[in-house]
Design a protein around this ligand. Structure first.
Ligand SMILES: [Zn+2]
Ligand SMILES: [Zn+2]
Length: 319
């Protein structure tokens, strides 16, 4: 077996492109080339998105594979068998620790090498440093696992989601003006109200994901993500596992507000916002009677974001 030395080149921020080998995922991310070389183990690399674990030689992007193909072809074309045999020992020695590519050398095949540096795609948005192992990686959107140690950065994804929702709220008036020009005032208003109502659910999904990840990290057991849709149930789970529940971080009034907002989310998602008896039983909400439709205000989502952030900070202190 011989190894063809290939120069890996990072982008100007020092990152190197990778792609998840899981065919259902194929998620693209970047990792500091230095971390890839120094920290990543040969046996275990984690996909930041789906958590798939595979050996370090499986993470080539399509572009990199094409470039490698070219390198290998030119290597094969112009190296003369005799020369290769002569320099064999030297090549093998100089690339002994190269974990990036290994080519089986079959006597009789002509192999040569022109070193094409493997380039990278342009810089990505999110830079993340793993809280556990310090590996630096970069993703577009949200990611959940450190590629090096597999640490679940659910807290990062949670913060990101809440910030995006908050930005979306701020740009709603502007969106409504834009939609008005294209679709008229009525449609624009309906569309934006739909988006506003959807933000409660967006906050909820972000929180559920974060809370269930943290919970399984802390307790070692897995529960349904939906268990965190109910304030008391989620709080009880954490309390049973750590002795601390939501009331350690939120006041009784704040817990009531949280419960009302969670229940309103439920109504918007499952009952088109129409108030039913179940809602009133669960919230004691004095503002509505059965058959009315909930009125959604931007301030409600802002409240929910504030409460979830506070709660998230508390949950993060658990161990
Ligand atoms: Zn993946
Ligand atoms: Zn890590």
């Amino acid at each position: 077996m011989t190894e063809i030395p290939i120069t890996l080149q990072s982008d100007e921020n020092g990152y190197f492109d990778r792609e998840c080998p899981n065919e259902n995922c194929l998620y693209r991310f970047k990792i500091k080339l230095k971390d890839w070389e120094d920290k990543i183990s040969d046996d275990e690399v984690h996909c930041p998105m789906c958590g798939h674990i595979d050996t370090s030689d499986k993470w080539w992007t399509q572009e990199q594979l094409e470039q490698i193909q070219e390198v290998v072809s030119s290597y094969a074309l112009s190296y003369i068998q005799k020369e290769l045999d002569k320099s064999w020992k030297k090549v093998a020695q100089s690339t002994r620790n190269n974990k990036f590519i290994k080519i089986t050398y079959k006597p009789g095949k002509r192999i040569n090498f022109i070193n094409n540096p493997i380039g990278q795609s342009e810089e990505w948005a999110q830079e993340i440093t793993c809280e556990h192992c310090g590996t630096q990686y970069s993703v577009i959107g949200s990611a959940y696992f450190c590629p090096c140690c597999g640490y679940n950065s659910a807290s990062h994804a949670f913060e990101e989601s809440l910030d995006s929702i908050s930005k979306m709220l701020s740009s709603l008036p502007q969106m409504e003006r834009m939609f008005s020009e294209s679709y008229g005032d009525d449609k624009a208003n309906t569309m934006c109200r739909g988006m506003l109502e959807g933000t409660l659910g967006d906050c909820m999904s972000a929180f559920q994901k974060f809370a269930s990840c943290r919970y399984s990290e802390i307790s070692g057991s897995v529960v349904r993500v939906n268990d965190f849709q109910i304030v008391k149930k989620g709080s009880d789970l954490f309390k049973a596992a750590t002795g601390k529940g939501y009331d350690d971080w939120l006041s009784p009034d704040e817990i009531d507000d949280l419960n009302v907002l969670f229940q309103r989310r439920h109504l918007f998602e499952h009952n088109n916002g129409m108030v039913d008896q179940q809602y009133l039983d669960k919230t004691q909400d004095p503002e509505y009677v059965v058959g009315q439709r909930l009125i959604m205000r931007e301030a409600d989502t802002r409240d929910l974001i504030r409460l979830l952030k506070k709660l998230g900070q508390g949950i993060l202190t658990l161990s």
